[in-house]
Design a protein around this ligand. Structure first.
Ligand code: FAD
Length: 549
């Protein structure tokens, strides 16, 4: 009878335990969890703080009792694994409840210790009003604090998805909320031009945003924490949520001889085996090569952790048959009324990997414009400029963002290209999409570029070229032009362009744009077929340019 020990009792740990049991009824399986709870919904914690999830019990997907009952897996909570003796094949466990210690032998050990919130040595960080969020007990403390009538102002440090989910939920609880972000944008999983739309939405919802301004120190004023920013700005808070990233929780492996990389992540092969053939690892704590860049990274997301758990258990039982291909970091977040999602690489990601790329952007209705309540979403893709291979996609909007990003994630996972997007066949009726879905539209833009029918230009390149003397041609209607345009632009509505060709110079780069890119493309085709060669159409049109600049 095989004996499996598992460190960590949430996503990766509990998932591996469950699959192991389903594959091997006779094995002895024991799962060790440092905290009080197993298999809880960490992803739901911000919504519990915001009273969206009202019953605390709903956070627990499983209890140790139910785990034993249904899976015959022993879950030992408040049991911290502090050391691994690889030679003896034992782990050393601290029973935190009874204050005792003991060794437990394994045949195979599976590590899923996750990642813990980063707390850098910023002066004043030990103030009790500064909270991090990882576990149920963290949210219990945070909730107790926000339930107090004296808690009126919150500062969230870090504009990633957990920070913004907390900002939303704190705001919904009636607090005044400020978000502090050291980078120039929130939501690093998308590019600046799309993040600008999210920032507008956050401001419209009354969140104070401090961008490109890190925390210099926290000042202790009794129950108030004053957050001093690098710019000198001082923000008073009754509660501070620190959400500036996570780091693999692997300190207990330091002297184990298990190979760790620089940030503490566990190095594994495609079967999740560490440098010790009897020890495997999954989840937030592992490092693995991206299938897109071939560069190793850690991806702290629940989807990959759960899928790795299943594959890891199968690899143990079947003897390494089905290798793991890596994650493309597909993720999504609700930010008030908006949805933000991304898959694969962003512009920062492709640049860091030194990959050639082009972008295409569309602003399209989530469903047919003539059917009620259609709302625009912004969809951007990154692709190889010659082959059209997809590198990444990102979207922001209200409805239908999730399905577009999920579809493109599936294509990227199968090494798809922009032709696949152009030909993608969606389930269509007016309440759900359009006969030409936004996924098709963004594919058409990229295919037109690849085939030489069009030459798109991104908002930042357009800005540079405009400063270098390009002829900026606004092909929207006169009324739209009057409401705002790119400085120095000439307005010729695309319907009048054929008659007014003489106004368009032939010896300068012409950058065309409309509201979202479609009329710009029509105008571009008119110019090209009239002999103009130096013409580029602003991808995403004035809407993208205006929100980014
Ligand atoms: P965890 O689920 O963190 O489990 C690790 C467990 O190991 C912990 O409970 C820890 O106490 C225990 N442990 C660590 N060391 C030891 C030790 N030495 N001995 C015993 N036990 C130990 N991901 C998404 O994809 N979508 C989301 O919407 C999302 N929202 C999130 C919201 C919040 C607030 C948080 C904190 C995370 C969110 N995540 C989300 C991330 C997701 O929860 C993680 O990617 C996932 O839980 C990772 O699984 P894991 O098993 O690697 O680690």
């Amino acid at each position: 009878m095989a004996k499996y020990l598992i460190v960590g009792g949430v996503a990766g740990g509990a998932g591996t335990a469950a699959r192991l049991r389903r594959r091997d009824e006779n094995a002895q399986i024991i799962m060790f969890e440092r905290g009080q709870y197993i298999s809880y919904a960490n992803c739901g914690l911000p919504y519990y703080a915001g009273n969206v999830i009202t019953e605390r019990s709903r956070l627990f997907v499983m209890t140790p009792e139910r785990f034993m009952e249904s899976l015959n897996v022993e879950a030992r909570v408040q049991s911290e694994v502090v050391f691994i003796n690889r030679k003896a094949k034992t782990i050393h466990v601290k029973d935190l409840k009874n204050n005792t210690e003991y060794d437990e032998r394994y045949d195979t050990l599976i590590l899923s210790p996750g990642a813990s919130p980063v707390r850098p040595p910023i002066p004043g960080i030990e103030h009790p009003g500064i909270y991090s969020l990882r576990s149920v007990s963290d949210i219990d403390h945070i909730k107790e604090k926000i339930d107090s009538p004296a808690t009126k102002r919150a500062v969230v440090v870090g504009g990633g998805f957990i920070g913004l989910e907390m900002a939303e939920n704190l705001k919904e609880r009636g607090l005044e909320v400020s978000v502090v972000e050291a980078l120039e944008q929130v939501m690093n999983i998308i590019d600046y031009d799309l993040a600008a739309e999210v920032q507008q939405h956050l401001r419209a919802k009354g969140v104070n945003l401090f961008l490109k301004d890190g925390v210099a120190s926290f000042e202790d004023h009794g129950s108030i924490v004053s957050v001093r920013l690098s710019s000198g700005t001082l923000i008073d808070a009754d509660i501070v949520i620190l959400s500036i990233g996570v780091r693999p929780d692997t300190a207990f492996l330091k002297d184990s001889g298990i190979e760790l990389v620089k940030n503490g992540a566990i190095k594994v092969d495609p079967f999740f085996t560490t440098n010790d053939p009897n020890i495997r690892a999954v989840g937030d704590a592992i490092e693995f090569a991206s299938p897109l860049t071939k560069l190793s990274s850690t991806v702290p997301l629940a989807g990959p952790a759960n899928k790795q758990a299943r594959l890891c258990a199968d690899a143990i039982i079947d003897g390494n048959k089905r290798p793991y291909g890596g994650t493309i970091a597909t993720s999504i977040a609700k930010i008030f009324d908006m949805t933000v999602a991304s898959t694969g690489l962003t512009e920062k990601g492709v640049k860091a990997a030194g990959l050639p790329y082009r972008t295409a952007v569309t602003h399209a209705g989530n469903h047919a414009g003539y059917y009620p309540n259609s709302r625009q979403l912004t969809l951007k893709i990154l692709y190889h400029p010659q082959s059209g291979k997809l590198w990444g996609a990102q979207a922001v909007g209200y409805d239908g963002v999730d399905k577009r990003v999920d579809v493109i994630s599936a294509f990227i996972g199968k090494e798809g290209n922009v032709y696949d997007l152009a030909e993608f066949e969606q389930a269509y009726a007016p309440p759900f999409s359009s006969a030409k879905d936004p996924v098709n539209m963004v594919g058409f833009i990229a295919v037109n570029t690849l085939e030489g029918f069009s030459d798109t230009i991104s908002w930042d390149e357009a800005q540079k070229e405009s400063n270098n003397g390009a002829f900026m041609l606004d092909v929207r209607s006169e009324e739209e032009y009057e409401l705002g345009t790119i400085e120095g632009s000439v307005n010729i509505p695309h319907t009048e362009l054929r008659q007014k060709l003489a106004m368009v110079p032939t010896d300068r780069l012409v950058i065309l744009y409309c509201a979202i890119g479609l009329r710009g493309y029509l105008a571009e085709r008119i110019l090209r077929q009239n002999g103009y060669t130096k013409v580029r159409n602003l991808t995403g049109g004035f809407k993208t340019y205006d929100s980014a600049v």
